[in-house]
Design a protein around this ligand. Structure first.
Ligand SMILES: *[C@@H]1O[C@H](CO)[C@@H](O)[C@H](O)[C@H]1NC(C)=O
Ligand SMILES: *[C@@H]1O[C@H](CO)[C@@H](O)[C@H](O)[C@H]1NC(C)=O
Ligand SMILES: *[C@@H]1O[C@H](CO)[C@@H](O)[C@H](O)[C@H]1NC(C)=O
Ligand SMILES: *[C@@H]1O[C@H](CO)[C@@H](O)[C@H](O)[C@H]1NC(C)=O
Ligand SMILES: *[C@@H]1O[C@H](CO)[C@@H](O)[C@H](O)[C@H]1NC(C)=O
Ligand SMILES: *[C@@H]1O[C@H](CO)[C@@H](O)[C@H](O)[C@H]1NC(C)=O
Ligand SMILES: *[C@@H]1O[C@H](CO)[C@@H](O)[C@H](O)[C@H]1NC(C)=O
Ligand SMILES: *[C@@H]1O[C@H](CO)[C@@H](O)[C@H](O)[C@H]1NC(C)=O
Length: 553
């Protein structure tokens, strides 16, 4: 803890120094990654701890702040952290996935230089290599608005982080072995809320009459989770950095990898109430509870818990009701509605279909028939150092193979190329029975349409071109489609992936290179001075590495 105090002091000193200049403040974090015993489901297992904690510490920050995170890897395995939703403008060098960064070797450290540039909202970080995410190493990221930027609701009396996710008692290595051997994962063993499960689950204390913000992230491996608070409705106020129209819901669906904020007011009789979190879209529902405890509670929660909704329609209708509050500010003082995404011409349509198939007799998942093969060198480094033969540009076709997604799958380190500042329509097509969840690093996307059935050009007539929500992770319903519009305004190498972790691990991902032929530090920051080098980049580059220093904001 001495280190934390020191980091805090350093951060304070920097805040003082920087308040006088235009440069955004710095916050410093020193994180020690270790294995340690955890028992979230009552069974002892090996977890990934950050400074001894499971889940990891919450990153508190404010729009434009610099986050300097020195990660010491004390695991016996290579390790990386990535940032779900923290965009890293111009800086895919910090993204912390195998396509952008060399792993931090055991016993070594790497310092991420992140910036919450032009962002607000609720996100999370997670370990991206191997199947580490099944062991922990994740935590919440909160980016608060700057003091002078209006937030479209009264300041809540308090905020709670609520990390929810499915969980296995099997070790992450056993799960990885299962996938490596070509098998599917079994059903999860339970649902965790902030790393715990009922009856010894998390307790949230509230005071009568006060209003609380819950920042909920689904950090689990696969399942959509339905979230409800007994006897209390919730007002949705934020989805992955967009202030939403403030609708009231009795329960909300949070798909794998998604984050959102709700407000609820403790306006009932002072006793205990349950939070219930239930799996969706699978046959055997798993449910976990936590307790909302009023100060001066007169007793435990006793009412029977309502069932979670079970139909797709409920979820689909709810998703369609989530819209942007056009008059509210986002990270900037001007209204979120002043960016008219609906009147920008689409320069390219990309249709992406997920499929399950096999390569060499083993289960693989694919996008447009291509299952991503990990490379021996991060693609970003290979691109930068002109090392050929690491990946193939144009490896992912812009449309599924004729006849739709097939079980025919080939394995390739495929990169999709795209032009900086192009404005693309991406249609995610799901012909399978499970719900899909897709995430694109470095960007947020306008979710203009989703439905069950098959997407056709006529589906465009139903697009919301006015107040669709902009977010980084979108669901696609079973045998359905979701359409998004994306301004590709962030040069770099960005991971597009399934947030259903076994599917990503077995190939349902690729990289999108957002490219400009006229490189400039205005569009992309230079390679960090502390960049780790590995694979073919380590051998080929020591003499060629240019000694550039990075501009500071
Ligand atoms: C990290 O934790 C391990 C185990 O507790 C300890 O041996 C090591 O010194 C710590 N490293 C840092 C950098 O704090
Ligand atoms: C490792 O940590 C030290 C300080 O503890 C720091 O000076 C160094 O830059 C870090 N290494 C990398 C690669 O970030
Ligand atoms: C939360 O409250 C429940 C019900 O009162 C109790 O059984 C449980 O031990 C509490 N959990 C924690 C972590 O305090
Ligand atoms: C919650 O909302 C539903 C439907 O909008 C309504 O029927 C119900 O009375 C509300 N419950 C509370 C506790 O306000
Ligand atoms: C769930 O049940 C339905 C109907 O009983 C069945 O068709 C489907 O295969 C089952 N799904 C899973 C994942 O077991
Ligand atoms: C939208 O935001 C404004 C603040 O700009 C707020 O007054 C209004 O209540 C919000 N509207 C809805 C429907 O959430
Ligand atoms: C978009 O395309 C239409 C029709 O091709 C054209 O008239 C219009 O000028 C374009 N708008 C912009 C902003 O490029
Ligand atoms: C890679 O090739 C490009 C074009 O040939 C060249 O401009 C650039 O300097 C090369 N990069 C490195 C790091 O050698």
């Amino acid at each position: 803890m001495a280190g934390n105090t020191r980091d805090l002091l350093l951060a304070c000193i920097f805040l003082l120094i920087n308040s006088a200049s235009a440069e955004a403040p710095y916050r410093f974090f020193g994180w020690n990654i270790t294995y340690g015993e955890i028992r979230p489901l009552g069974v002892s297992q090996q977890g990934i701890l950050i400074n001894g904690q499971f889940p990891g510490p919450t990153i508190e920050s404010q729009t434009n702040e610099n986050l300097i995170i020195n990660v010491h890897n004390n695991l016996p395995d290579p390790f990386l952290l990535s940032w779900n939703g923290l965009q890293q403008r111009k800086d895919s060098w910090q993204d912390g996935v195998s396509g952008t960064n060399c792993p931090i070797p055991p016993g070594q450290n790497f310092t991420y230089h992140l910036q919450a540039k032009d962002q607000i909202g609720s996100f999370f970080y997670f370990p991206s290599l191997a199947f580490h995410k099944a062991a922990g190493g994740f935590g919440a990221i909160r980016i608060h608005s700057r003091p002078l930027i209006p937030v479209p609701f009264p300041s809540p009396d308090d905020e709670y982080t609520v990390l929810i996710g499915d969980w296995y008692t099997a070790s992450h290595k056993a799960l990885q072995d299962l996938l490596d051997s070509g098998k599917e994962l079994p059903s999860p063993d339970g649902i965790l809320i902030n790393g715990k499960r009922s009856p010894d689950g998390a307790n949230f204390t509230v005071e009568q009459g006060k209003t609380y913000r819950l920042r909920i992230s689904n950090v689990g491996l696969q399942n959509t989770l339905n979230f409800l608070i007994q006897g209390h409705n919730m007002t949705l106020v934020e989805v992955e950095g967009t202030h939403t129209v403030q609708n009231s819901y009795t329960s909300v669906d949070v798909h794998a990898g998604q984050s959102l904020s709700v407000l609820f007011t403790a306006d009932r009789q002072a006793r205990d109430y349950h939070i219930a979190i239930s799996t969706r879209f699978i046959n055997t529902t798993l449910r976990s509870t936590a307790v909302i405890r009023y100060a001066g509670s007169s007793g435990p929660a006793f009412e029977a818990l309502p069932d979670a909704p079970s139909d797709v329609d409920f979820s689909l209708n709810q998703a369609r009701s989530i819209r942007t509050n056009m008059t509210a500010s986002g990270p900037r003082p001007n209204p979120q509605g002043s960016y008219h995404y609906g009147s920008i011409n689409v320069t390219r349509t990309i249709r992406l279909a997920n499929s399950a198939g096999s390569v060499g007799g083993k289960l693989r998942y694919a996008v447009n028939g291509v299952s991503f093969a990990e490379a021996d060198t991060p693609l970003k480094l290979a691109d930068y150092y002109n090392i050929s033969g690491v990946f193939r540009l144009g490896g992912i076709p812009d449309a599924p193979p004729a006849g739709g997604a097939t079980e025919e799958v080939r394995s390739e380190t495929a990169v999709m190329d795209s032009d900086h500042r192009s404005f693309v329509e991406v249609v995610l097509e799901n012909s399978e029975d499970g719900v899909q969840s897709w995430h694109l690093d470095g960007h947020s996307v306008f979710v203009v349409g989703m439905d069950v059935g098959t997407w056709t050009e006529q589906s465009r007539d139903s697009y919301n071109l006015v107040d669709a929500v902009s977010r980084c992770t979108v669901q696609v319903y079973p045998r359905g489609w979701t359409a998004v519009l994306i301004a590709l305004d962030n040069v770099g190498m960005w991971n597009m992936r399934s947030e259903v972790w076994a599917r990503r691990y077995l190939g349902q991902q690729f990289y999108l290179r957002v490219y400009t032929p006229t490189p400039s530090f205005r569009d992309e920051l230079p390679i960090p001075e502390n960049a780790l080098l590995c694979g073919r980049a380590a051998a080929a580059t020591s003499s060629r590495r240019p000694p550039v220093s990075r501009p500071r904001y």
